[in-house]
Design a protein around this ligand. Structure first.
Ligand code: GDP
Length: 527
């Protein structure tokens, strides 16, 4: 199983995006199960729980019933290598989630059939759109009471401005749910016993095939035939190019819990999802078929084992054939790093990888020397671009209880910022750190990890500022004068880039108007 070819054409690297509770965990388990990676569905959570028990801060996850930890799951199926990158699914999320999406080539969007598009789905979708990431949609939980299929399809089209092409449509819903019909090949997925998991495929010539009359309730069948015919006329035909460009999403209606959908999804990913794509750098575009190894770090996870201060940097391989023991150049520091014990995240267990190809993710253990955004090459001086730092939505001043622990605090904040859990800013005036977060939950996580892992007790004080935006100006002198004129409201991020704090959108607009030469940015690319 692990004699992986470096051939990038056989790799499909993707993530699942969804609102909490839509069924991401269930779908992940089923994909791994039907993909042959696990023998029994249900192991994903069990393994997660074991891992959680190891670290104190993960108690928060347990209490809140969420999973902050992302991971990578690799499995082979249909002669292809699937890399499923997990994104944390809770309501408040960190930059981690966004950054994971920079390391995938496509995504599956899971929507709850009774709810339609929810806030988190929309946010994550916007990130995919920014990067033109192609999306396959699964409308899940069709075995429950659901919205009308047309209503759901229209909602996706309208709310996300995304064309839809229904491929698998439901026959019935809730207690009336009978199965799902695949309009692309005439297969009807159903169960021998009503209400049970999908176990039977009926091959039909089309939706009017009399085979269906023998098994489906006449009234339900009549309504469904009409719906399916209208759906085929009313929505776009599938167009590969349009999907690959991120304009059109094929839609599968199903039920992850009852096995309707996962296998059709796996087939569809194998058939249409893009192989690893070329990656832009500061100097040129790197194509996956290049001989030399290159990659970028999209995530760093600290303290995976609370006994050691170890970290794992997750690197997406962009080109070449990586072999264990290889020496790679960390471009930022110009240092060569020997990667002797890379970790590959096979679904069952972590293992030492012998080799990896474009699209694969390897974990590089290190002691804090590798950062998010780092590029590794075989010596070429290039830097992958496009990893975003997001404007934080929550700003707080950090208050330290025991002032003799300034050093520990600094270390904790720097480490956790490196992981992408928070952003830290240093004010020009005063010495208290300011932190910026994308979600509320990070405040609890930060407090509890600072205590458990660094022995510092902290609290947070509200600030009168609510927005933080990066400022840039090609004219150095103008930037300097802006910074000195706004000394109290300009802070610096970890890289030393200036960030302007505004009280409100009105305040920001006012400042913008008065400083037309300055560019204000909500996101900043890390490189
Ligand atoms: P996540 O928060 O997106 O990871 O969602 P989960 O996979 O944990 O699912 C949330 C709840 O919905 C769980 O109780 C699942 O058993 C249930 N669920 C997931 N998929 C389905 C489905 O297709 N049908 C039904 N009836 N329940 C489902």
């Amino acid at each position: 199983m692990h004699a992986l070819s470096s051939n990038h054409e056989i790799r499909r690297t993707f993530a699942i995006i969804s609102h909490p509770d839509a069924g991401k965990t269930t779908l992940t388990e089923k994909l791994l199960y039907f993909g042959g990676a696990i023998r029994m569905a249900g192991q994903v959570k069990a393994r997660g729980e074991k891992r959680r028990a190891k670290s104190d801060w993960m108690k928060i996850e347990q209490e809140r019933g969420i999973s902050v930890t992302s991971s990578v799951m690799t499995f082979e199926h249909h002669g292809l290598i699937f890399n499923l990158l997990d994104t944390p699914g809770h309501e408040d999320f960190s930059e981690d989630t966004y950054r994971t999406l920079t390391a995938v080539d496509s995504a599956i969007m899971v929507i709850d059939a009774s709810k339609g598009i929810e806030t988190q789905t929309r946010k994550l979708f916007e990130v995919c759109r920014l990067r033109d990431i192609p999306i396959i949609t699964l409308i899940n939980k069709c075995d429950r009471e659901a919205k009308d299929p047309f209503e759901l399809l229209d909602e996706i089209q309208e709310a996300l401005a995304l064309d839809v092409s229904p491929m698998v449509l439901p026959i019935g819903s809730g207690s009336n749910f009978h199965g799902c019909y695949n309009v692309t090949n005439g297969d009807y997925y159903t169960a021998k016993t009503r209400g049970e998991a999908f176990d039977t495929v009926v091959e039909t010539s089309d939706i009017n095939d009399s085979k269906l009359d023998a098994i489906v309730d006449p009234q339900l069948l009549e309504e469904s035939r009409e719906m399916i015919e209208l759906a085929q006329i009313g929505y776009s035909d599938f167009d590969l190019e349009s999907y690959r460009e991120g304009h059109l999403s094929p839609v599968i209606f199903g039920s992850a819990l009852k096995d309707f959908g996962p296998t059709a999804l796996l087939d569809l990913i194998a058939e249409i999802a893009p192989m690893p794509r070329p990656s832009p750098t500061t100097a040129r575009v790197v194509t996956p078929d290049e001989k030399k190894v290159s990659g970028f770090v999209f995530k760093v996870q600290a303290n995976m084992n609370s006994n050691h201060r170890d970290r794992v940097a997750f690197m997406r391989v962009c080109s070449g054939h990586f072999k264990r023991g290889m020496k790679l150049r960390q471009v930022r520091t110009s240092k060569d790093v020997m990667v002797h014990s890379p970790i590959m995240f096979f679904a069952q267990d972590r293992e030492i990888a012998q080799e990896a190809g474009p699209g694969d993710v390897i974990g590089i253990p290190n002691h804090g020397t590798i950062r998010v955004g780092d590029t590794f090459t075989e010596g070429e001086n290039i830097q992958f671009t496009g990893l975003p730092a997001f404007a934080p939505e929550i700003l707080r001043r950090v208050r330290l209880f025991d002032t003799s622990k300034v050093k520990q605090l600094r270390r904790a904040l720097e480490d956790l910022a490196e992981e992408g859990l928070t952003q830290v800013f240093k004010p020009n005036i005063g010495s208290n750190w300011i932190i910026g977060l994308v979600g509320d939950l990070q405040l609890d996580v930060l407090k509890s990890r600072a205590k458990a892992e660094y022995g510092v007790e902290i609290d947070f004080e509200p600030l009168s500022y609510n927005l933080a935006v990066w400022v840039r100006c090609d004219d150095e002198a103008k930037l300097k004068s802006f910074i000195s004129a706004n000394a109290a409201t300009v802070v610096h991020d970890r890289e030393g880039s200036p960030v302007f704090l505004a009280k409100s959108q009105w305040d920001l607009d006012y400042t913008k108007e008065r400083n037309p030469d300055i560019t204000f940015m909500k996101t900043r690319e890390l490189v």
